[in-house]
Design a protein. Structure first.
Length: 115
């Protein structure tokens, strides 16, 4: 049986030799084993790329989610600062209760690094 015509690098990475597996398919006049069948390699690469893209899409999505949470926190703290400064319409209603005002200031302090 004819051997696969692909060349492979051995485990040392220094030597190239012809694949020792028997060929199973013919592509453009060359014989290949199942593993070195160009169609198989293309499919493998596509599969690998799709995995990568899925992984990156997931990473981007989680990044966007993190950004959204971060932004929401910034917005919330900004609102609290606004309330604390009593320029928010609800500020005057909430702030007379000093316990609430204190915890509000603690939250703002923690979020802004104690400015
Ligand atoms: Zn081969």
């Amino acid at each position: 049986m004819e051997r696969c015509s692909a060349f492979v690098t051995d485990s040392s990475g220094w030597h190239r030799h012809q694949c020792r597996r028997p060929s199973k398919v013919e592509r453009k006049g060359k014989r290949f084993c199942t593993q070195h069948d160009p169609k198989h390699i293309v499919a493998k690469n596509k599969e690998r790329q799709e995995k990568w893209e899925a992984k990156w899409a997931a990473r981007r999505a989680s990044q966007a989610m993190g950004d959204a949470i971060q932004q929401a926190r910034c917005d919330a703290v900004e609102k609290l600062i606004e309330i604390e400064h009593c320029c928010h319409p609800d500020g005057l209603l909430i702030l007379p209760d000093s316990m609430l005002a204190d915890s509000l200031r603690r939250i703002i302090g923690a979020a802004t690094g104690g400015e």
